[in-house]
Design a protein. Structure first.
Lengths: 829, 54
């Protein structure tokens, strides 16, 4: 086991080792470990001071933004208010100057009184209470040593906690499951107490001491919990239930919310009343001394404990679960279950959970119940994807405003206030949100701020350029003071105006007019007319030109100017000549006609979101093949790539030899753009890179992101690449078993299954059907050479070859060769 | 002057939350932003995951 230790963010501080109840299911007193017998009853002053000191060191050395300390026992209130005051005071004094301190206490509630709660109010200590449900349920285990019920006293404690003066301290209720109890009655009894949250715990058990299964059912605990889930759901999920929310979170690609589920590394350490530093105390259910580390706060740092083999064994994520678990599709949600529940004397912790069947049934049961809810509309509705994408750009701008935190001065404030005012009007900023490189500017500026680059704020101050461009596009005559740099005033998506010497910089006033805009600076006024869709240029004005707009081709920007357009895997082309633009236009018309004929659905959908084509160059061999983002354990390679993204609406396309090639590259671009947009607004998978899979088009195994992207792209091109379609089908079969896929990811697979099932098969070879049958290849490529007849063997620009190394994936998640748009085309345009 | 206004863009605007009301630190929005920009360290308290307490 190598790698740096995971810092502790949760400290369980045992302030008292005895309890005033005698619950027969308690892991502290009733299970294998009996070390409580040798511990001091209450934590000593010295242990408190050393704990505070060690924790402060730990927070400082790991720059932790926050840390939680849970006061625990035994029964922590038995420590008494004076001792608890000392604990709170010392921890607050040591930690609060360094990080946020989250203090909690978990109690049976019997001793809870205003005296304690006033103290907790003073130090903002949140209070959780153990309660197993209604009276009969709670009485099943939670009794005094003489058999008396504790239920009325617990209710009294909760009642006190719910008073207005203490309500803010009420953390919630913790319930241990007993399947002999009525699940509905338990749930209703808990919710009647209006808890801010609830959690249900499986009773601690191991393979040597398995849980009680009254009817012998292997899923009796899942059945019980699913009954509660249904009740919870029916009543509108008014109270957060940690167990259920954790499963919902992991099914959607998020983190687990409890150590009893999921693969997150443990970040928890226990300080016993004698200052001993131990692993999580539920291990006491496994065997005597299971939680011990041999360290204590007096002589050892928290880092030393973090490096302890027992702790590190629980930080190995997927590698830390049994082989059976590693192959299981639900392991991302269950995480192999609570570590303690895996124990057997024969094989230690290298087992599935003794609750394995229950956990799988619970997770699959919840998945069945909520699948539709967890699939975002963006996955099934193109307009919803567009809306989500634009919302993301809008949120980025708001985030930038927050990140600047006043550093933009009056120039930013002026732009921001105008932005808010225009936004309130509804329409004037529409083109700002639609312009795909607005997103690139915002992401670039966020990175610059995060990296503390000296010009970061200056980058942010380009906001008025975007506002001015949007207002001009909308024809809205609101003057905007707009910066120009290096002698150029840039209006993203519209064009750029030369303002003087290349070194000139300053501000000019831009205002829309009926047919264009005026620019006022240094006493001069310049008029720019934007009357033609082709947007002719002059000596000073260089417009973003347009393509299409006729014969069913959507009107698109050919953006070879935007300073942020260089966000593709291949380099962008310089400004095209007018002749080159005309050639692009001709190719596009023919290519789009082919798409409408042979990929009508994709073409129609693209016409709804595609706004911008950016010309790329065909690159020198190898120049675009930068190493793929490494698949870091626990990190999404897709997310790494997305940091250089752009909004949904742009494609980077290298010049094509003929319409057929352009049509294929457009279709490939549509698929990539859509998948990337989906990945930016939702989670199709999680823990990318934790598993590797064979990909039919690669000699090396690949992470799920690459497999999915490859299948997605090949499925889209199936009609034109039979070899790729076959690879897609085989890749899809592999994906069906992938543990990384979220509910949304599985829904996407269903879509792929439908696509591949309806694959129309290869198109006829040119000549086989005679001329003029309307098939691709009959229209004639511009160079008269290639015809659109990609039968086996596929043309070189389509053929899927096994690759030896992962190519660059650039700024967007893509299949196997995201640079292929550039690499595979020869530059004759 | 708008270059392209297909119906899909109009649909996309329908449920737009005004900029002034977007809470980027709120759960869903923060989660979405985290996919595309570097996470910033703050003092937000992480949810406790200790099984034997809330």
């Amino acid at each position: 086991m190598t790698g740096p230790p995971v810092p502790f963010r949760e400290i369980v501080l045992k302030v008292h080792s005895r309890c005033d109840l005698a619950c027969d299911h308690c892991y502290i007193y009733e299970h294998a470990d009996q070390s409580w017998l040798t511990r001091p009853k209450a934590i000593s002053d010295e242990a408190i001071s050393w704990t505070a000191q060690r924790l402060a060191e730990h927070v400082k050395s790991h720059a932790l933004p926050s840390v939680s300390v849970i006061l625990h026992g035994g029964e922590p209130l038995l420590a008494g208010p004076l001792r608890l005051r000392r604990v709170c005071a010392e921890l607050t004094a040591a930690i609060q100057p360094l990080a946020e301190l989250d203090l909690r206490i978990h109690t049976n509630g019997l001793q809870l009184s205003p005296r304690y709660l006033d103290l907790f109010d003073e130090y903002d200590v949140k209070v959780g209470i153990s309660l197993d449900g209604d009276r009969s349920a709670n009485d099943r285990h939670r009794r005094f040593a003489d058999g008396r019920t504790s239920h009325p006293l617990v209710l009294k404690a909760v009642e006190l906690l719910r008073e207005d003066r203490y309500r803010h301290l009420y953390l919630g209720l913790l319930c241990t499951v007993d399947v002999a109890n009525d699940p509905i009655a338990v749930y209703d009894a808990l919710t009647e107490l209006d808890p801010p949250r609830i959690d249900f715990l499986l009773p601690h058990a191991t393979w040597d001491a398995p849980p009680v299964r009254p009817n012998g059912s292997p899923t009796v605990y899942a059945d019980w919990l699913l009954t509660v889930f249904d009740r919870w759901d029916t009543l509108g999920r008014r109270v957060p239930v940690r167990l259920f929310e954790s499963v919902l979170s992991t099914l959607a690609g998020g983190p687990s919310l409890t150590e009893s589920l999921g693969l997150a590394p443990t970040d928890l350490v226990v300080v016993e009343t004698d200052g001993a530093l131990e692993q999580v105390d539920s291990l006491k259910s496994a065997y005597e001394g299971a939680a011990a580390t041999g360290f204590d706060v007096f002589h050892h740092s928290f880092d030393e404990v973090a490096a302890h083999p027992g702790v590190k064994a629980r930080q190995r994520e997927l590698a830390g679960v049994s082989e059976t678990c590693r192959q299981c599709p639900v392991v991302r949600s269950c995480g192999g279950g609570l570590y303690t529940h895996r124990y057997s004397e024969a094989t230690d912790f290298d087992n599935t959970s003794v609750y394995c069947s229950d956990l799988e049934a619970l997770i699959r049961g919840i998945e069945r119940r909520v699948a539709d809810e967890l699939v975002p509309a963006a996955l099934t509705e193109p307009s919803a994807l567009l809306a989500e994408d634009q919302d993301l750009t809008r949120a980025l701008l708001v985030s930038l405003h927050g990140e600047l935190a006043g550093r933009g001065g009056t120039r930013w404030d002026r732009g921001w206030e105008l932005t808010l005012a225009l936004d309130a009007q509804g329409d004037p900023l529409d083109s700002l949100w639609r312009h795909p490189y607005t997103r690139t500017w915002l992401q670039d500026t966020h990175r610059a701020l995060a990296g503390k680059r000296p010009d970061a704020v200056e980058r942010a101050l380009r906001l008025p350029s975007y506002l001015a461009a949007a207002l001009v596009a909308a024809g809205s005559p609101t003057p905007v003071r707009t910066p120009y740099e290096e002698g150029v005033l840039r209006l993203p998506g519209l064009g750029e105006l030369r303002m003087g010497e290349p070194s000139a910089s300053g501000e000019a006033e831009v205002e829309a007019t009926g047919d264009g805009f005026v620019v006022r600076a240094h006493g001069r006024t310049r008029q720019v007319r934007l009357t033609s869709t082709r947007r002719t240029e002059d000596d000073d004005w260089r417009p973003v030109r347009t393509l299409g707009g006729t014969q069913g081709v959507p009107l698109l920007r050919l953006d070879d100017l935007d300073p942020y357009r260089d966000c593709f895997a291949a380099p962008t082309a310089d400004r095209l000549t007018s002749a080159e633009v005309e050639r692009w236009n001709g190719l596009l018309s023919e290519a789009w006609a082919l798409l409408r004929q042979f990929a009508a659905e994709e073409a129609a959908e693209a016409a709804g979101w595609l706004t911008t084509l950016t010309p790329l160059t065909s690159s020198p061999p190898g120049a675009t093949e930068t190493p793929a983002a490494p698949s870091l354990f626990g990190r999404s390679s897709t997310r790494e790539r997305a940091l250089r993204g752009h909004g949904y609406g742009a494609l980077g396309i290298a010049p094509a030899r003929n319409p057929e090639q352009l049509a294929v590259e457009l279709l490939r671009g549509f698929r990539r753009a859509k998948l990337n947009a989906l990945l930016e607004v939702g989670d199709l998978y999680a823990q990318d890179g934790w598993w590797r899979y064979p990909a039919p088009w690669r000699s090396e195994e690949v992470p799920v992101s690459e497999l999915l992207a490859g299948v997605w792209e090949r499925a889209g091109l199936a009609a034109f690449d039979p070899e790729g379609a076959d690879q897609a089908k085989r890749g899809l079969a592999t994906l069906e078993r992938a543990a990384e896929l979220t509910v949304s990811g599985h829904r996407l697979l269903a879509q792929l299954r439908r696509e591949l099932a309806t694959d129309p098969g290869p198109l006829p070879r040119q000549g086989s059907d005679g001329p003029g049958d309307g098939r691709p290849g009959q229209g004639g490529g511009s160079d008269g050479a290639a015809r659109w007849a990609p039968l086996a063997p596929s043309p070189p620009h389509l053929r899927s070859q096994p690759q030896q190394s992962a190519p660059s994936t650039g700024c967007r998640a893509s299949a196997d060769s995201p640079g292929s748009v550039a690499r595979n085309a020869s530059c004759d345009g | 002057m708008a270059i392209q206004t297909p119906a899909s863009f109009a649909v996309a605007k329908r449920n737009r939350v005004p900029l002034a009301q977007i809470d980027v630190r709120g759960g869903e929005v923060a989660k979405k932003l985290a996919r595309i920009i570097p996470a910033t360290a703050d003092r937000t308290v992480r949810t406790s995951s200790f099984n034997s307490a809330l």
